[in-house]
Design a protein around this ligand. Structure first.
Ligand code: ASP
Ligand code: MG
Length: 468
């Protein structure tokens, strides 16, 4: 990528927690940056997250002191990790003969909305970055944090320094944004579960976004959203692997004719952090469902899959949905308090923890039917119960009990035993389009199955409904 843009390349490089996780690692990252700098790549802006484990430690401290601490205090405490790591990296750069200047978010001017702990960036003042470049200084910027209009420190949500980096790259109109991490890039599946999972060399924003949102832990999903919005190429690579070609480039969506030849399934993701709520005996009164989800939204709880099917032969309603495990106590609280009010008195609430969501993602699905059917067949063959299903044009997600994923190779077993094996050159139409691994292709080859209706529910174009 550097060669493509030459020495004038404007690049934001982000280093994640593991890349700056020890003094040795900070020293080696600084050496790498200093070498590039000496080679003439001077238009770099460095974004750093906290040393690995540090943000967890700070979150834990806040929780111990007050589990319901004001989010302003939470943000102020948890953002501290980045202050330390920018200073250490700048000091290490200094030792390598590179003059750096550190910026906390408020010093640079990374303005966000006031939504603490999940703030969104609204604008970035890049003047100081250009000023640094003009006088031969390398800017080193704290990721993850921002400043609200009220002058309060905010954070962007866990993993948010990826988003800081892409936002800064967009504001700078950089040539690309490099996310340096502890793996070589985005893989077709979790390599710990599927040992022969492949590095996806090129990925379009749409698939990357689904993969990030569905639990592929490599990227913060908002960073991909921003990348797509500003057409900012995102290069995901290993901080400690000098090989420039072993990486994933996330860029512009491939066009519709290319979709025909795109792999049916680019990747399989797993999110083990799912809790499921089922509500039964809800009176058939319009507006109750709106009220339930309104009350949940008011607590800023993100609901993922929602299953609802109004059945003519039942006199009450059922609705089921999933949330992140950590939101379970708050969600239960919301439902229990509704449960005390008259129209909701009848309803029964079942809250269950211990679910996982496994998803297959690929733009090729847009033009092919049968992927969902293949997955259901593979799961039922292994006697794995599917608790919920959700589909979109480019993904199929199944919620299953997380213990079935516990064994290594669990996912591999489900997907037919040979997932991610075989030739990487295979493609549906024979043409070569951005070439994410084609492997799960044979597995998910069109079988003619299309999920439209089942005994328990109906599939619509963008969201499907099956059993509660
Ligand atoms: N340090 C923050 C976290 O651990 C942000 C990040 O690493 O991206 O969530
Ligand atoms: Mg991260």
């Amino acid at each position: 990528m550097y060669a493509r843009f030459g020495k004038q390349a404007v690049v934001v490089q982000k280093y994640g927690g593991t890349s700056v996780g020890s003094v040795e690692r900070i020293a080696s990252v600084a050496e790498r940056i200093a070498k590039q700098y000496r080679d003439g790549y001077t238009n770099l802006a460095i974004v750093v997250s906290a040393m690995s484990g540090e943000t967890n430690r700070l979150v834990d401290l806040v929780k111990q002191v007050n589990p319901r601490a004001n989010e302003k205090f939470y943000d102020l405490a948890v953002a501290a990790g980045e202050q330390v790591s920018i200073a250490l990296l700048a000091a290490a750069l200094e030792r390598n003969g590179v003059q750096a200047r550190c910026f906390l978010a408020f010093q640079l001017g990374i303005f966000t909305d006031p939504l603490h702990a999940k703030a969104r960036i609204q604008s970035i003042d890049t003047r100081d970055i250009f000023n640094c470049w003009n006088v031969g200084i390398l800017p080193v910027i704290a990721g993850f944090q921002g400043i609200s209009e009220e002058g309060e420190l905010t954070t962007l949500g866990r993993g948010g320094s990826d988003t800081s980096a892409v936002a800064i790259a967009a504001a700078l109109k950089a040539d690309f944004c490099e996310i340096n991490t502890d793996v070589n890039g985005v893989y077709s599946a979790d390599p710990r579960l599927i040992p022969d999972a492949r590095l996806i060399r090129e990925l379009d924003y749409e698939v990357a976004l689904e993969m990030a949102a569905l639990g592929s832990k490599v990227l913060h999903s908002r960073c991909v959203e921003l990348g797509a919005k500003y057409k900012m190429p995102i290069v995901v690579r290993n901080s400690f692997n000098p090989n420039d070609s072993e990486r994933t480039i996330i860029m512009n969506s491939i066009n519709s004719t290319e979709i025909l030849e795109a792999p049916l399934v680019s990747g399989i993701t797993l999110d083990k952090n799912i809790a499921k709520l089922s509500i039964t005996r809800l009176p058939k009164v319009s507006g109750l469902i709106t009220e339930i989800f309104g009350a949940i939204a008011e607590r800023n709880i993100n609901v993922d899959i929602i299953v609802h099917n109004l059945l003519a032969d039942e006199d009450s309603m059922r609705v089921g949905f999933t949330i992140a495990r950590e939101d379970l106590p708050a969600t239960e609280e919301v439902l229990r308090s509704l449960n005390r009010k008259p129209p909701f008195r009848e309803m029964s609430i079942f809250a269950e923890d211990g679910f996982a969501k496994v998803s297959a993602v690929g733009v090729g699905m847009k033009s092919q039917s049968g992927v969902a059917g293949r997955i259901f067949a593979a799961l039922s063959q292994k006697e794995v119960d599917i608790h919920m299903i959700s589909t979109s044009e480019i993904k199929v997600s199944c919620v299953v009990r997380s213990e079935v994923m516990r064994k290594p190779l669990g996912a591999r077993r489900w997907f037919g035993g040979n997932c991610a094996a075989g030739s990487s050159k295979k493609s549906l139409g024979g043409a070569t389009v951005p070439s994410p691994p084609q492997t799960p292709l044979s597995l998910f080859a069109p079988s003619g199955l299309r999920v439209t209706t089942t005994d328990q529910g109906v599939t619509t174009a963008n969201h499907s409904i099956l059993s509660v």
